[in-house]
Design a protein around this ligand. Structure first.
Ligand code: ATP
Length: 348
């Protein structure tokens, strides 16, 4: 292993004609980190990854790998490996030839290629499939073949663009854990693009949340879940996502309609009140809500409610005894309330 790289993006701007895909991206990724780029479709994640790989040029800014400016460096000279959603395997080559291809391209002697191919294939448990063609592999095995090809050159930086999105749900979960173990055991820095917040939360050491060509928050999954920086991030993280209601901050109270509840923030302004479904309680005094329907998941349930025309979800441990059409009252621990400025969307 050649070790793990640090990555720094400084003021990256990327334009496509009149459209600006990236509006000044600054990012620091530490050696050995598993770092996720998370955001909705079109927010600029793939563009950022391709810029790191050198597959895309920048209009402004610098790309640094291990403190060296690689902005103008060709992809092949960056010592990075990329795995795509589509795997991009060569159908006419065997698995062994596919995995060994990057080494052959740089003129590695055949005996050395063979050894490296075997080592890489063993790491992802496909050493018994080396003679097959990609078409004779399952989706999961093709995925491993693409991973083996990426690690065979022992890169210092591993770039992954939604590498699990073609796998079914169960295989995806398994492969996610294996990928994480593989990255740890190689000690390589990984940058992982996904639009699946649950995947980012479970796999990443830290992540950057992208919205419309900007990074709106960087932190550990826990930090971003506990303290989303904006209402938009709050609405994107968590399953089901955070409930957001227009409200008025009145000293240390938040008013929703006629109800007033304490929150851990002071001020007098229009706000967006955010409460996660798991943090809402029913009973006592609180915000009146009409029960619409209940979804029963066996070990938990989601009560769908209407608060002044807006859908609110409450997660309950066991099936609550409520009837459709009934009015209940919602409350929460002041510490569980997220309060965002109504004008800017920023957390208060
Ligand atoms: P997805 O999850 O759908 O892949 P993403 O966050 O990775 O989304 P990008 O692929 O980085 O998004 O694209 C960012 C924006 O740049 C999108 O609005 C996209 O349409 C635009 N874009 C990308 N490539 C080009 C291009 N060659 N010409 C014009 N617009 C482009």
């Amino acid at each position: 292993m050649t070790g793990s790289a640090s990555v720094r993006l400084e003021g990256i701007v990327k334009r496509h004609g009149a459209f600006t895909a990236l509006h000044g991206i600054d990012l620091d990724i530490r050696p050995g980190e598993f770092f996720a780029l998370l955001g909705p479709s079109g927010s600029g994640k793939t563009t950022t990854l391709r810029i790191l790989a050198g597959l895309e040029s920048v209009d402004e800014g610098r790309v640094m790998i291990d403190n060296a400016d690689v902005t103008a460096t060709e992809p092949g000279a960056r010592d990075v490996a990329m795995v795509f959603q589509s795997y991009a395997l060569y159908p006419h080559m065997s698995v062994a030839q596919n995995i060994g291809f990057p080494l052959k391209m740089i003129g590695t002697p055949p005996a050395q290629v063979q050894q490296a191919v075997h080592d890489a294939a063993s790491r992802v448990a496909i050493a018994h499939l080396l003679d097959r063609k990609p078409g004779q592999l399952s989706g999961g095995q093709q995925q491993r073949c693409a991973l083996a090809r990426a690690i065979v050159r022992q890169p210092r930086l591993f770039l992954l663009d939604e590498p699990l999105s073609n796998l079914d749900a169960k295989l995806r979960l398994e492969t996610r854990a294996e990928l994480r173990n593989l990255q740890r055991s190689l000690g390589v820095t990984a940058v992982y693009v996904t639009h699946d917040q649950e995947e980012a939360m479970t796999i990443a050491d830290r992540m950057a949340v992208f919205m419309e060509g900007r990074i709106v928050q960087v932190g550990t999954p826990h930090e971003i879940f506990r303290k989303p920086a904006t209402a938009t991030v709050a609405a994107f993280i968590g399953t089901p996502p955070m409930n957001l209601l227009p409200a008025r901050l009145d000293g240390g109270l938040v008013r929703v309609g006629d109800a007033a509840l304490p929150v851990g923030v002071q001020g007098f302004e229009d706000v967006i009140l955010g409460v996660r479904p798991g943090d809402l309680r029913m009973g006592g005094a609180g915000i009146p809500a009409r029960v619409e329907f209940v979804e029963d998941f066996g070990d938990s349930s989601i009560v769908n409610l209407d608060v002044a025309g807006q859908r609110v979800k409450l997660r309950a441990g066991e099936l609550p005894s409520v009837r459709e059409g009934e009015t209940v009252h919602l409350s929460f621990d002041p510490a569980a309330a997220h309060v965002f400025d109504a004008a800017t969307g920023n957390r208060l």
